[in-house]
Design a protein around this ligand. Structure first.
Ligand code: MN
Length: 245
């Protein structure tokens, strides 16, 4: 049986030689491969026409981590720390989320991906947690903290897909974000909160698989509960794939 094809959104990396690369950390690619998916990278500059031609071949979309979303998408407060805005990437990802939500195409958001999903469906963000959310935990990793560093715990909400997949009401997670979901988009449901009550995940009920977490499970796949997120996503994509054929 053909592996389900998972389109992974990409960011821009500037190599130390000054050359720009399109890509993402390989932990995303490996996590999808580990659970039987076939990852392909979606360049952020892809045209609308090419995307329309490509979408029927995709069985799932992974919205990866990255820089900040342009606040014009959600009328968010400008903040001096907002950086790494990529208009092409914002446009692609917002369009992909709306398409996937409306058409039952499985989608999984990680970190920035969680924020993009909320914004694309009509929610908004804290544009800099430390200045806008009183008594927040430190959600932004220190430069010396590795991707596997467990920064805080999350409580999973009863009755959510996230809890069904991970199988426990609490998890220790990494945390590498300075923005977060503020007002939840209509139709989305919160599935996890940090100890400071900041939203750490959302999902779309009555959809084959529309789920997002604010942490980075792709760094934590040695934890079976984290790997289970990728497995459930790819399994949903496989089902979508077989339904199409
Ligand atoms: Mn966090």
């Amino acid at each position: 049986m053909t592996a389900p094809i998972i389109g992974i959104t990409t960011g821009r990396i500037t190599h130390k030689s000054g050359t720009r690369w399109t890509g993402i950390p390989e932990s995303y690619v490996q996590a999808i491969q580990q659970v039987g998916g076939l990852p392909i990278l979606l360049p952020y500059g892809i045209t609308r026409e090419d995307l329309q031609a490509l979408i029927p071949h995709l069985d799932g979309i992974l919205l990866s981590g990255g820089g900040d979303i342009d606040p014009r998408y959600f009328k968010g407060d400008h903040h001096e720390t907002i950086d790494d805005i990529m208009p092409d990437r914002d446009q692609l990802e917002v369009g992909l989320v709306r398409y996937a939500a409306q058409n039952g195409l499985p989608f999984f958001g990680i970190c920035r991906g969680c924020q993009v999903i909320n914004v694309a469906l009509g929610g908004n963000l804290y544009t800099h947690i430390p200045d806008q959310y009183p008594n927040a935990l430190r959600h932004k990793n220190l430069p010396e903290e590795k991707g596997t560093h467990l920064a805080h715990s999350v409580t999973l909400e009863e009755g959510t897909l996230l809890l069904r997949v991970m199988g426990a009401t609490h998890a220790r997670v990494n945390s590498r974000h300075h923005q977060a979901v503020k007002d939840v988009a209509p139709g989305l449901k919160v599935n996890a909160y940090a100890e400071d009550n900041l939203i750490e995940g959302v999902e779309l009920p009555d959809h084959p698989f529309g789920l997002a977490v604010q942490w980075h499970p792709e760094w934590l796949v040695d934890d079976p509960a984290m790997l289970a997120l990728f497995q459930a996503f790819v399994d949903a994509a496989r089902k979508t794939s077989s339904d199409k054929r």
